[in-house]
Design a protein around this ligand. Structure first.
Ligand code: THU
Length: 137
């Protein structure tokens, strides 16, 4: 097996900067995400919680919404950072959201505070046997 691919520097910086903006007064768990669109734009998001707890939005979802607003619907890399050294792996809902806008060749990186890569995942590893737009055809 080859060496684990590391998260790219520009996405690391964007994800860490986004995490600084997180609105997470309830969980106090700050998350940042940054993706690279098919056209090469770097777009980030942070988690945004709510006093009505289930209305909170994950960092990945925020980045995906900003990507769509920017006029794009495909990305090939995403970096996610939570707090501490336990890998902040995307929740089930975010796995499905990532699925919608990626090809099977996409890479998902989970990093720590220091920008070190904790996990490098293919889309199939992130969400095996997924349901996607093709299933509706
Ligand atoms: N959260 C994310 O934003 N992304 C993840 O990948 C995991 C969890 C957020 C949701 C909530 O605001 C906080 O982290 C604690 O669950």
């Amino acid at each position: 097996m080859g060496e684990m691919k590391k998260a790219p520097r520009d996405l690391i910086d964007a994800a860490l900067a986004a995490r600084d903006k997180a609105y997470a007064p309830y969980s106090k768990f700050h998350v940042g995400a940054a993706l690279r669109t098919a056209e090469g734009k770097v777009i980030a998001g942070c988690n945004v919680e709510n006093a009505a707890y289930p209305e909170g939005v994950c960092a990945e979802a925020g980045a995906i919404s900003a990507m769509v607003l920017a006029g794009e619907t495909k990305f090939d890399e995403i970096v996610v950072v939570g707090l501490g050294d336990v890998a902040c792996t995307p929740c089930g809902g975010c796995r499905q959201k990532i699925r919608e806008f990626t090809g099977s060749d996409a890479t998902i990186f989970i990093i720590n505070d220091a920008g070190e890569t904790l996990l490098t995942l293919s889309r199939e590893e992130l969400i095996p046997h997924s349901f996607g737009p093709e299933n509706l055809k």
